[in-house]
Design a protein around this ligand. Structure first.
Ligand code: DNO
Length: 404
């Protein structure tokens, strides 16, 4: 039994069309109603409208099925008041619950979301040049220090870094032109596709300030409160939640990060034990930490693995990494896929309805023709097509070899 091949589509403004996606061989669509502001209810009307757009082609005389299904929502964003544990959070939680009921009603069963404070996924470089001329997303620790300590000048930021890093950051900062500094700032806080909206430096400082009194323990409590309120509704609606790990899985800007390690997963999955309270196995996020053993995570928590983002990174050993080919780098993709297929088999044997796990190739390189086009960083068609093709080939090989 193979995984369900999905593809993230950013909606009608995505330069990658639904036809492109179909031709790439995916059958599941992963998308969100990006036009709805954070916290508002996703109505049945809006959901159905988008679902029709995805699943039916109206361009000919007669509507035809496209052969695509809206199978995963990524993401329904969580309102900051919920993350901050503010007194007003119950109103936003009620909205979230209503959105989940509506999502289940229209027949979508998987919802990916995250609980990262202030910043969603974070990179310092969106077009790192690889030796073959393709471009990749990268996180450079020294550049991050440049931004945090010398540009943002966050209070007490120096305490978070070694003397050595601070020194390298200072040298780098001094060598950078205004334009380079501007690009760095933009990459880090102007918002990446599908993530939180962007901030100016001033707005960003204010946002960070709202978290000064929230440590990891408090932040975990805020997540637990949210889960206890939404998971029973998700269960009833037939929706499986899939929390996305912190990307990268380390503390940033002194903010609490609570979905970075196996221990973090154990905590949150335990808060409310249900297959509706699951996680997204993002191998590229979790895989940045050498202490995250991905295969062990699948073996231990596989019953709650509700969605897979497959990609790999290459660490430099000093806190920096870049996104490498899907079958290269630090992620042992062979054993990861084998472990997922084993989990599928196990589910099948106990007659679980969700025996087929949706997966998508995550973040491709920018290459070939796409280098000349305007694309969403990490989500250009050709790079993802390459990643997806490699992954499905590997999956087929593993399956046919009979080792699973
Ligand atoms: C980046 C994505 C994240 C992810 C959200 C889920 O490419 O993996 O933006 O969609 O964190 O809520």
């Amino acid at each position: 039994m193979r995984m369900l091949q999905t593809w993230r589509w950013y909606g009608p403004s995505d330069p990658v069309t639904l036809t492109d996606i179909r031709q790439a061989g995916a059958t599941g669509i992963v998308t969100a109603l990006h036009q709805i502001s954070v916290g508002e209810v996703w109505s049945i009307e809006e959901l159905e409208k988008r679902k029709r757009m995805i699943e039916w082609d109206y361009s000919k005389d007669k509507p035809r099925r496209r052969g695509l299904k809206w199978s995963v929502i990524e993401s329904i964003p969580v309102h900051e008041d919920i993350k901050l544990g503010k007194p007003g959070r119950d109103k936003w939680i009620e909205n979230y619950r209503q959105s989940l009921r509506n999502v289940g009603w229209v027949g979508i069963h998987t919802v990916c979301y995250n609980f990262m404070p202030v910043v969603d996924w974070t990179r310092t470089n969106l077009e790192m040049e690889l030796e073959d001329g393709a471009r990749a997303l990268a996180f450079d620790m020294i550049e991050f220090v440049v931004f945090d300590v010398y540009m943002l000048q966050r209070k007490n930021a120096e305490q978070d870094y070694s003397e050595d890093l601070l020194e390298q950051g200072r040298e780098k900062f001094e060598s950078m032109s205004d334009e380079q500094r501007y690009v760095l700032q933009k990459n880090i806080i102007a918002g990446l596709p599908g993530g939180q909206e962007g901030y100016s430096l001033e707005q960003f400082r204010e946002k960070l300030n709202t978290y000064v009194d929230i440590d990891v323990t408090q932040y975990r409590k805020n997540l637990a409160y949210f889960l206890k309120a939404i998971i029973p509704v998700a269960e009833e609606a037939g929706v499986r939640m899939a929390i996305h790990p912190d990307d990268p899985p380390i503390p940033l800007f002194g903010l609490p990060r609570i979905v970075s390690t196996e221990e973090d997963l154990a905590y949150l999955l335990n808060v409310y034990d249900s297959t509706s309270n699951g996680f997204t196995l993002c191998t590229g996020s979790l895989g940045v930490r050498p202490d995250n053993d991905l295969v062990r995570i699948i073996e231990r928590y596989g019953s709650k693995l509700n969605f897979a983002h497959l990609r790999s990174t290459q660490r430099d050993g000093h806190g920096s990494f870049h996104e490498t080919g899907h079958l290269r780098g630090d992620v042992d993709m062979f054993n990861v896929i084998a472990a997922i297929l084993r989990e599928q088999k196990r589910r099948h044997s106990v007659h679980r309805q969700d025996a087929v796990i949706p997966m998508r190739a995550d973040h491709g390189h920018t290459l070939l023709d796409d280098l000349k086009k305007k694309t969403n960083p990490g989500y250009s068609a050709i790079g993802l097509l390459r990643g997806m093709a490699e992954l499905r080939g590997l999956e087929m090989g593993i399956e046919k070899s009979g080792i699973v």
